[in-house]
Ligand binder design. Sequence first.
Ligand code: ADP
Length: 254
Amino acid sequence: MSFILTAEGVVKQFGAFRALDGVDIAVERGKVTLIIGPNGSGKTTFVNVVTGVYKPEAGRVLFYKDGRAVDITGWPPHKVFEAGIVRTFQIPQIFLKLTVLENLLVVARGQRGEGVLPALTRNWVKQEEELAKRAFKILKAVRLEDKWDSPAYLLSAGELKLLELARALMAGAELIILDEPIAGVPIDQAHEVFKTVKEINQTGTTFLVIEHRIDIAFKYVDYVYAMASGRVISKGTPEQVANDPKVKEVYIGG
Ligand code: ADP
């Protein structure tokens, strides 16, 4: 088994309160891993530690890049992002007035930190062309190619989630972290979002997903971690976790 990210013994305290109490989570490369757990169980805090928003009091986070383990514990968010771990809302928000294509192009430009100067060079047009080509390939992958010229405000809730996904891909993500990707999305569109995640996953991008609607998410993910009170209480295939009495207890109160 090859991992893209491993977190070992992660502890995060807020004052005297331990939001994460020794968390071990490993994300397998090329798979979709899901973290579930009731509200307040530490899921977001865990993602915040991985993406550099919080420094843990103990434990470490390793990212496996180009065949070696890189200790990213405590790295600032922009460095984690540049390393290839992209959480969808790390990217500036979707600009509702811009078209779908423009929303992708701004991500790529922001990422390369370009100023005005390149616009004066002859390379610029060539670069723009390449970027647009890449953007179209990505839009095709998320099935938004027909909407490339629509302003983002015309998209449905599900399509906006797909656009967020496209933007993470455009940013060059190797590991995409999705925070409740189907929150507020109607059920048929929610399945579309997860189907697209799965398709993109099959072309090589790894996913770590936090999601509450496990009835939908469980159909599409490879591996599940269940958290409660800052700890991992169960892990395994969706079927194993769904049948774990410890998980049932937390969800239905035993
Ligand atoms: P989840 O994402 O599973 O709903 P969180 O990671 O958001 O859970 O929260 C875990 C616990 O940590 C909660 O009890 C929450 O109130 C607490 N917590 C999260 N962030 C902070 C913070 N910045 N300061 C104090 N307590 C926090």
